[in-house]
Design a protein around this ligand. Structure first.
Ligand SMILES: [Zn+2]
Length: 246
């Protein structure tokens, strides 16, 4: 653990305290200089160690977000950037992943399948075997694995729409590598919302996986429509892969 002490340890902020970073954090300053930050102000971005730098807007946002993890609120009142800025202005570009075609499920494919074949196609895209065993998938966003199970196969084959089927094969990846996670109530039940961003040919979409926090069962997954992407970012801000490290 690094302790603050050397160099400048104050800035113009009166309310913020310096934030130290346990594992040195590769960042960049306002002049575009690469620096390895060990201590900085989460309020204004003044870097205390190494001295003589101010974080650029991207890294300021990442450090400020780190300080909000575990708090309750909405993305806007926690001061987070809109989801559309993640991987664009805030965070590494690699936050937004372009899925290969074989992981996308197209209407002309799923609409043409007979019910039994559709069920098999959805099952294998969820990574489930013919046996009825569920799968427990570890997520960095939570202290328990999320359980993917055959009830989801029934659910999505009944839905038969693009929002539920197009990225069904990315369910495991969104659980394993979410961009963000929030816990919130949905119809009186506490839910974990795991979100990832995927680049499709004509748009970048947010994929949402929901799990019931009492049972850890995955309840659903689907692509959010543009107008509600940020609305889902409320509750307890549980995790952000793009935030500065502890
Ligand atoms: Zn400051």
């Amino acid at each position: 653990m690094y302790t603050i002490g050397m160099g400048v340890s104050s800035c113009a902020c009166t309310s913020s305290k310096p934030v130290s970073i346990e594992s040195s954090w590769p960042a960049s300053d306002k002049n575009g200089t690469a620096i390895v930050v060990r201590s900085a102000c989460a309020g204004c971005g003044v870097v205390f160690d190494p001295t003589g730098h101010e974080l650029d807007a991207d890294h300021r946002a990442r450090l400020a977000a780190r300080e909000q993890i575990g708090r309750f609120g909405t993305w806007s009142n926690l001061g987070l950037p809109s989801v559309t800025r993640l991987g664009d202005r805030v965070g590494a570009r690699s936050l937004v992943v372009e899925p290969p075609n074989h992981l996308r499920f197209f209407p002309y494919d799923f609409e043409a399948l007979a019910p039994a074949d559709l069920r098999g196609a959805v099952r294998s895209r969820l990574g489930l075997s013919r046996s009825l065993w569920p799968r427990a998938i570890i997520t960095p966003a939570w202290d328990r694995p999320v359980i993917v199970h055959h009830g989801l196969v029934e659910k999505f084959t009944t839905k038969l729409d693009n929002m539920h089927l197009h990225l069904v094969a990315l369910t495991q990846r969104t659980i394993e590598q979410p961009v963000e996670a929030w816990t919130n109530d949905y119809d009186g039940a506490p839910n974990l919302h795991l979100m990832a961003r995927y680049r499709l040919p004509h748009s970048v979409v947010t994929h949402l996986v929901c799990a019931d926090t009492r049972t850890a069962l995955c309840m659903t997954q689907y692509i959010l429509t543009d107008d509600v992407e940020d609305d889902k970012r409320n509750g307890v801000f549980q995790y952000a892969s793009w935030a500065a490290p502890r």
